[in-house]
Design a protein around this ligand. Structure first.
Ligand SMILES: [Zn+2]
Length: 95
């Protein structure tokens, strides 16, 4: 299960919609709803590739931009064959 599926699941659960009522064409839904900030968070150490390290703490201004860089929950430009451990952190106002 990718990051976006998880986010969608969270949204669905919050809305009180059961699994059986999963919305058709859910790909067009925006799991960013209710979030004000999207920031890339890479665990930077000696195993982290340069591209991921360089993207750490990158702030996205739109859901589309963030999703483009992290299509499966990891940085798309990652050079590490086994993948680095970056992900997106979504923040809400007032928390
Ligand atoms: Zn990487």
């Amino acid at each position: 299960m990718g990051l976006w599926d998880k986010l969608r699941q969270i949204k669905v659960n919050r809305a009180g919609v059961s699994h059986d009522q999963d919305v058709e064409g859910a790909d067009t839904s925006d799991p960013m709803e209710g979030y004000t900030e999207i920031v890339a968070s890479e665990i930077v150490d000696e195993k982290t590739c340069g591209r991921c390290a360089g993207n750490d703490e990158h702030e996205y201004t739109s859901m589309a931009e963030a999703r483009d860089d992290y299509p499966d929950g990891g940085y798309r430009h990652c050079e590490n064959p086994s993948g680095c451990r970056g992900t997106l952190v979504l923040m809400k106002d007032g928390n």
